[in-house]
Design a protein around this ligand. Sequence first.
Ligand code: JHZ
Ligand code: ZN
Length: 426
Amino acid sequence: MSSMDFNCVPVDHSLFEVRCAAASCRVCSARGLDPLLDLGRMPLSDGLRRKEDLDDEEPRFPLELVFCPECSLVQILETVPPDVLFGEEYPYFSSYSDHLLRHSAQSARMLADELALNRESLVIEVASNDGYMLRNFKAWGIPVLGIDPAKGPVEAARQMGIESMCAFFSPELADQVVDSGRAADLVVANNVLAHATDTIGFVRGIRTLLKPGGLVSFEFPYVRDLIDHMEFDTIYHEHLCYFSVTAAECLLRMNGLMLKRVERLSIHGGSLRLVAGPGATPDASVASILAEERQIGLDRVDYYRGFAARVRALADELKGLIDGLMKEGKRIAAYGAAAKGAILINVVGIDHSHLAYVADRNPHKQGRFMPGSRLPIVDPQAIRDDPPEYLLILAWNLRNEIMDQLFLFKEAGGRFIIPIPRPEII
Ligand code: JHZ
Ligand code: ZN
């Protein structure tokens, strides 16, 4: 196997080079994209299988990471149609993490104060999911409108009394919302900019939604943390772009949005919050982080070279660790049927012979099977009823919250395997 062959299916890397040469950047349309990492053909990370579909062949799509030398945007080449990714069966509900709920409540409070929002204001959230964020504004009497294409989460938000449109956000939808007299004082767009197929149209639509003086708050994983902390499993088909501030600033400016401030956040393994508006004046954080990115070279391909080899080494080390435990006769299960978990399992080459099950507290995931590996997803009660000796934490970004809940497992001698940023046993 070459140093870039990641899964059992042989990967034709010459094809990657050809696709790379033919493709153009999602934001600036430049050609000549630099190849960074080829993960081969991967299943869809949130494409959980039903029992009755287990005999069917599962769709797999190329997953190749590239860098644009013009605007420095890291991106994947493949675009899976959004209705395939976020349709009827989309299983991700934000509210199953207490940590995320606390983080969202704090950022809602901060934004409400910054804009002095009140009963006359309007907050629109794009990718409002199950209302995890808007519920805060609603509780303070601030009018809200959610927009999200995933039926299950939208239904959950509506049950909480949060007005939610079940639709993909687009510039046309933004026009309709504004034409109906509902321009926003604040637009929240968390973990969605990277998911938009039409990246430019998406930002243009947000610009349309804003009242004069209005602000948009974006959050998304920071490409710097992805590379520095080996978060290769957050590369999947839902995430088309992997932003630095440099790349995001260029995209926003092209669409009439100026950065007001930038914050680094610890959520999701390291994220950015960008607050921007049509006439915003940047504070010191903007120049400071842009200068830092230039200084460390985040805007040059050299920063990303070597990532593929480091990913291979990590995958081999984790596989070696798990194989070693198997040889000692240990029983292993996993915790957190996260989207990233599906990629980690498939890249590392973990299967039924290694893991008994994957526990997850989201009932919409229980009873389904992990993409590719088809490991069964079960209620976390299984950890008590049918305990393993080791638990591989697939949702490593939530490791503290998860390990706190599982203190009885730990007290009874159970151990945790943390895969990222480097495999370790706790
Ligand atoms: P979690 C998400 O990815 C969604 P995922 C999305 N793809 C995105 O862009 C990124 O975030 C940024 C479960 N769990 O949040 C819930 C428990 O069972 O890391 C989830 O299934 N018990 C849009 O899917 C999973 O773990 C618990 O106590 O990689 C965590 O998934 C806790 C805390 C979580 O996101
Ligand atoms: Zn570009």
